[in-house]
Design a protein around this ligand. Structure first.
Ligand code: NDP
Ligand code: GDR
Length: 380
């Protein structure tokens, strides 16, 4: 009998890579997708074969409608699937959005895992199923200790992080109270060409590629000084799987141990496109002043290629009410116990993302036929 996994959030970035990994390993993969007014399975469509299209149907990928805010759907799906492994990846995962929708963020991110864990108990699966909770480096938020490891105290700084803190302790408590094999993966930022378009790295690679091809006039960003420990999502889902294959459940930090600023990432993306940015009107004091402006106020910080050719501007609407300035992970435990190591550096990740976004932008430019405005690799 193949092992059976259930992935919540299978339509997201990590869900899609994890589904690929588990299918490769011979699992029967079940995923929860939520109802949306338009298609929301583009990241996993390549894995799914429609039985009506005559293609050899792979019955090992099965999708179920459900929602982490709907306990009865979770009970029904768990009862039907009776999975060996459950990966809880679903969340309202955008930190900035969590300030605008804090209650919904907590409904999904804090109470969602609780509902799932209670459903596991209700169905008597706690002695057979293994559970992975998508915890996050955002739990460290404003903590001074660096780098951050499993023993670093948490100091969340957003409604998103507070919801994830609730989920972290729920997971740990169900492990201690009911003997459930439950792990928190405290993952630092991980990206890929499948990253959501409004997260910083993807916004940069997609935005600059589109600017380079004349599809957009300018890219608008917030705090360029934020420092993150960026890895590749494909490497990070491997760690998720490894955690559930151990003899004992534990919590693990997953990170590369190398940190860069968003400004560096922006410059790399520009380089990949064949141009270098010159910044003007900036500095920490200048940035703080702009951050304090009314959202949408005329910006005065810019990155130019040449006089008159502004390709990036700062807009305070993308600065958060409370910012996490710096995160850097220490994944020593994962290296020692899981044998996990990242294979892709942040610089390589950026190159892969630019390549993918350039291909998408070229395709769009071909159908829209605008005049490319910059001489760069983009024109090739
Ligand atoms: P995404 O935002 O790409 O994916 C989130 C997934 O959750 C999507 O499938 C989304 O569905 C689904 N979802 C959202 N709300 C609900 C709901 N109410 N019920 C059911 N499903 C829902 O996130 P990532 O793949 O990047 O991240 C996966 C998890 O890991 C998230 O929990 C995130 O918070 C966490 N995490 C991510 C890190 C990162 O750097 N990527 C780092 C640390 C933690 P839909 O496609 O319909 O929107
Ligand atoms: P983060 O990722 O908040 O770390 O959460 P994001 O890419 O959104 O922001 C990273 C940093 O870049 C700064 N920034 C901007 N961010 C966005 N989105 N858009 C902008 O225009 C912009 N300009 C500057 C941010 O202020 C921030 O400092 C991600 C999510 O995947 C979470 O779900 C996950 O838990 C953490 O990573 C680890």
């Amino acid at each position: 009998m193949p092992r059976r996994a259930l992935i919540t959030g299978i339509t997201g970035q990590d869900g899609s890579y994890l589904a690929e990994l588990l299918l490769e390993k011979g699992y029967e993969v079940h995923g929860i997708k939520r109802r949306a007014s338009s298609f929301n399975t583009t990241r996993i469509d390549h894995l799914y074969s429609d039985p009506h299209e005559g293609a050899p149907c792979d019955p090992r990928l099965v999708l179920h409608y459900g929602d982490l805010t709907d306990a009865s759907s979770l009970v029904r799906i768990l009862a039907e699937v009776r999975p060996d492994e459950i990966y809880n990846l679903a969340a309202q995962s955008h930190v900035a959005v969590s300030f605008e929708a804090p209650e919904y963020t907590a409904e999904v991110g804090a109470l969602g895992p609780l509902r799932l864990l209670e459903a596991i108990r209700f169905l008597g699966l706690e002695k057979t199923a293994r559970f992975y909770q998508a915890s996050t480096s955002e739990l460290y938020g404003a903590v001074a200790e660096t780098p951050q490891s499993e023993t670093t105290p948490f100091r969340p700084r957003s409604p998103y992080a507070i919801a994830k803190l609730h989920a972290y302790w729920t997971c740990a408590t169900y492990r201690e109270a009911y003997g459930l094999f439950a792990c928190n993966g405290i993952l630092f930022n991980h990206e890929s060409p499948r990253r959501g378009e409004t997260f910083a790295t993807r916004k940069i690679t997609r935005g600059l590629a589109r600017v380079a091809l004349g599809l957009e006039p300018c890219l608008w960003l917030g705090n360029l000084e934020a420092r993150r420990d960026w890895g590749h999502a494909r490497d990070y889902v491997r760690a998720q799987w490894l955690m559930l294959q151990q003899d004992r459940p534990a919590d693990y930090v997953i990170a590369t141990g190398v940190q860069h600023s968003l400004r560096e990432f922006l410059c790399w993306a520009a380089e990949e496109l064949g141009f270098s940015l010159r910044f003007e009107g900036e500095g920490p004091a200048e940035l703080a002043r702009v951050a304090a402006l009314t959202p949408g106020a005329p910006p005065d910080i810019a990155a130019r290629l040449a006089p008159g050719d502004v390709v990036m501007r700062i807009d305070s609407r993308y600065c958060r009410p409370a910012e996490v300035e710096t995160l850097l992970g220490d994944a020593a435990r994962a290296r020692a116990e899981l044998g996990w190591r990242p294979e892709v550096t942040a610089r390589q990740l950026c190159a892969e993302m630019v390549e993918a976004d350039l291909a998408l932008a070229r395709e769009e430019a071909r159908t829209r036929a605008p005049a490319p405005r910059l001489r760069a690799r983009a024109a090739g």
